[in-house]
Design a protein around this ligand. Structure first.
Ligand code: NAD
Length: 463
């Protein structure tokens, strides 16, 4: 399959698509390798990832350049992805401290303890928008915890994952513990159906998250499926204008708006025209091809521009218009400029659906209750944020928002390690979160051990 660079529409590589035989082979090798890997003490398993972290640092520039080419983001954004991948690797390196078991003498002479055991062969299905960071949400923790992982990158950005595999190999990860299968829908379905795979994590759109969750769990696998988002930022009139303006503009345009944590709807409570002006002023400084990357495909560009045009037809006002953006020398690239749409009504598509581009819709409300009703009514629940200088009002929004990740005066409230990442509602299907301490529950099962050695210590029915 051709790999096309969103920067200029050119074919930059060809990737071989895996078939079910390849998947069978990968699972077969993974099973064999995992049996040995789980016998390796966790303190030894993490040594691979200490070495891997150093390799990520050493190769960060080259890896970032690959990400820029295949995904279309800016070099700074790609480097930030690697920094986050390094942080995720560091977290995995602390796993021995986190999974140290618990022991208690439960009766005279009788001890109970718990141990975290791996699940075996697990799979990770990932989206296009973070070709390096999102795979690292799962790779390091799952493998350090003793599993073998089969990953399916997005078919549109398969290259950087190959580089990750070669760095893991260089770090000394045994063969078979990490494998890549390339493909799209068919490969995802084969993973969900494969009897040798015990758990599936998925990150992508809500539509596919639901399909994967239903299919893999009907095959009795453990599943955690993270879906799409429509994040609301509640702006109160007392918000700090400069900080709010720059945070919102950065949140809506970072990675060309292709982030599940991106600001999508700005809900203004009362009068805050001065803040809207700041957002527009900041947005106009963000220029495609300079400090704004491309969106992933021609179809994505057309979809985003269609949303904007439709909103305009329905009476919304486009106060910053990114349609038809062109970058000199990259006329075939897929660029959309920052777009601010004012006077959006809650029932419009731009207010309800995930656009996944550098676009923000502004809805005006009379009260905080009205604003929170709009936030609560959206089916997603990844993130929400409030901009205010009042601690009391911020607390109210934190309590009222129906989202898994909440920001106060911060446009992209991504929890950093050791805090876990995961939304609510239609942004996540399954229990727990995918990263941080919560990931331990997902990638392991508990063995509960009860031990008695000395019959002479008998004092009651149990001992
Ligand atoms: P996507 O759902 O189209 O694809 C995700 C994965 O599923 C890919 O590997 C793809 O090959 C596979 N896939 C696509 N269609 C399929 C189908 N019909 N059946 C089975 N598998 C299929 O998502 P995307 O376009 O790659 O990524 C963007 C989406 O991911 C957005 O909705 C974004 O919000 C979401 N996302 C969510 C999070 C989160 O943490 N919640 C993080 C990153 C991205």
């Amino acid at each position: 399959m051709d790999v096309v660079s969103p920067l200029d529409g050119s074919v930059i590589a060809k990737v071989g698509l895996s078939d079910t035989n390849d998947l069978n082979q990968a699972v077969k090798f993974a099973k064999l390798a995992q049996k040995q890997w789980e016998k390796t003490p966790v303190k030894e398993r993490v040594q691979v990832f200490f070495r891997y972290k150093r390799l990520l640092e050493k190769n960060s520039k080259e890896l970032s350049e690959l990400i820029v080419e295949e995904c279309g983001k800016t070099f700074g954004e790609a480097m930030a992805e690697i920094e986050k991948a390094i942080e995720l690797t560091e977290f995995a390196c602390s796993m021995p401290q986190l999974i140290a078991g618990e022991t208690l003498e439960v009766s005279k002479g009788v001890e109970c303890s718990i141990e975290h055991w791996p699940l075996g062969v697990v799979a990770s299905i990932v989206p296009f928008n973070f070709p390096c960071m999102v795979p690292h949400w799962t790779i390091c923790n799952a493998i350090v915890l003793g599993n073998a992982m089969i990953i399916k990158p997005s078919e549109v950005v398969p290259i950087s994952c190959q580089r990750v595999a070669s760095l893991l190999k260089e770090a000394g990860l045994p063969a078979g513990i990490f494998s890549i299968v390339n493909g799209d829908k068919e490969m995802v379905e084969a993973i969900c159906d494969h009897p040798g795979i015990n758990a599936v994590s998925f990150v992508g759109s809500t539509k596919v998250a639901k399909l994967v969750y239903a299919r893999a769990s009907s095959n009795f696998k453990r599943v955690l499926a993270l879906g799409g988002a429509k994040n609301h930022l509640i702006v109160l009139p007392d918000a700090h204008p400069e900080m709010t303006g720059s945070n919102i503009a950065a949140s809506m345009t970072g990675c060309a708006g292709q982030r599940c944590m991106a600001a999508s709807v700005m809900v203004v409570v009362g009068k805050a025209d001065h803040i809207i002006e700041k957002v527009c002023w900041e947005a106009r400084k963000i220029v495609p091809g300079k400090n704004l990357g491309a969106v992933i495909s021609r179809q994505a560009k057309e979809r985003i521009e269609r949303y904007i045009t439709e909103a305009e037809k329905q009476g919304a006002k486009i106060i910053v218009d990114g349609r038809g953006a062109k970058v000199e020398g990259k006329e075939n690239g897929y660029y959309v400029g920052p777009t601010v749409i004012d006077f959006v009504k809650p029932e419009m598509a731009v207010a309800r659906e995930e656009i996944f581009g550098p676009v923000i819709s502004i809805i005006h409300t009379e009260s905080l209750d009205e604003a929170m009703k709009i936030e609560n009514d959206n089916p997603y629940g990844n993130a929400a944020a409030v901009f205010t200088q009042s601690g009391g009002l911020a607390r109210q929004v934190m309590e009222m928002a129906s989202a898994g990740m909440i920001g106060v005066n911060i446009g992209v409230p991504v929890p950093r390690e050791p805090f876990s990442f995961g939304g609510w509602n239609e942004s996540k299907f399954g229990t727990g979160d995918l990263t941080g301490k919560s990931s331990i529950e997902f990638w392991t099962r508990l063995k509960k051990i009860t031990v008695k050695w000395n019959p002479e210590s008998r004092t009651n029915w149990m001992s």
